[in-house]
Design a protein around this ligand. Sequence first.
Ligand code: ADP
Ligand code: MG
Length: 333
Amino acid sequence: MATRAGKASRLGEFALIESVFAPLAKDYPLAFGLKDDAAFIRPRAGRDLVVTKDVLVAGVHFFADDPADLVARKALRVNLSDLAAKGAKPIGYLLGAVLPKTLDLKWLKRFAKGLAEDQAEFDISLIGGDTVSTPGPLTLSITAFGDVPRGAGLRRTGAREGDDLYVSGTIGDAALGLAVQTGDARCPKKALREVLLDRYQVPQPRLSLGAGLLKHASACLDVSDGLAADAGHICETSGLGAEIALGDIPFSDAARFMIDRSPGLLNRLLTGGDDYELLFTAAPGRARSIRVLSRRTGVPVTHIGKMVAGSDVRVLTGSGRTIAIERAGYTHF
Ligand code: ADP
Ligand code: MG
């Protein structure tokens, strides 16, 4: 237990903002060192502002004893992933920090360190926020801003019948990482276990891929609710169905190892959330450009299926059988 002197609340709201948060805003002149009522964003000519928000609650989206820097990076990255899915370039973000009075200052400093690292990696700056205390669980909310060429931002809608369906990276690692962390599944190989946990705790926002897709994709989203549910979102908004070839879905070595041991996990891979990969559609004529883009950005992209007439997401096995998806993604209510 830390002493009372170690509590973040001891500092008081303004000293906390100045010592912990203001350093994260130093590279963004129009945030005025977090000493004004609000920051300014000066939109570039011919661009649309892209805005997204995610809320993370301790005990729901992360574990209270997760390392603070990893919590910070996940909180920022899930927003960056939304920007990536729109093809946007990051600008800045607002942080809503809802802190229990008992929170250690050390925790908060480590949290800020995680933010600083990812700000540098993804070229984004803290530009403002709000800091309040709560008798409830630690809650963090980030609102991120980015921009895209006017009218060109990617949407979930826009897929056409006959378009190819692609996904970046690998699918299901984060769901397995969560299962391993909660003890729901066991991975006896340490190296693979760490891969899975890392994929759950620190998603990779696919910003360079998303920006490149502005020219090629007909629809795009980031996989946060699970591959099956998110393919369903493209189908709903585009008024189509999708056929996905099970054998083409990219699984990591770690995920394959786990499915080989317990085939029952397959359903969880397809319906579990938190992949934060890009799922997108493109006309067949774009196939070559997409391969080139994948090589240029270093982000693996796999063709997994096609958009078809209808409204269902069908996952087909090699023998042409359709497999039933038991649960279509995580919902809070
Ligand atoms: P006001 O009372 O005018 O709403 P605050 O006192 O809440 O302003 O905040 C003062 C300044 O500190 C503002 O620029 C605000 O954006 C910034 N700020 C407060 N909390 C945070 C935070 N958690 N992260 C980043 N900036 C913050
Ligand atoms: Mg004010």
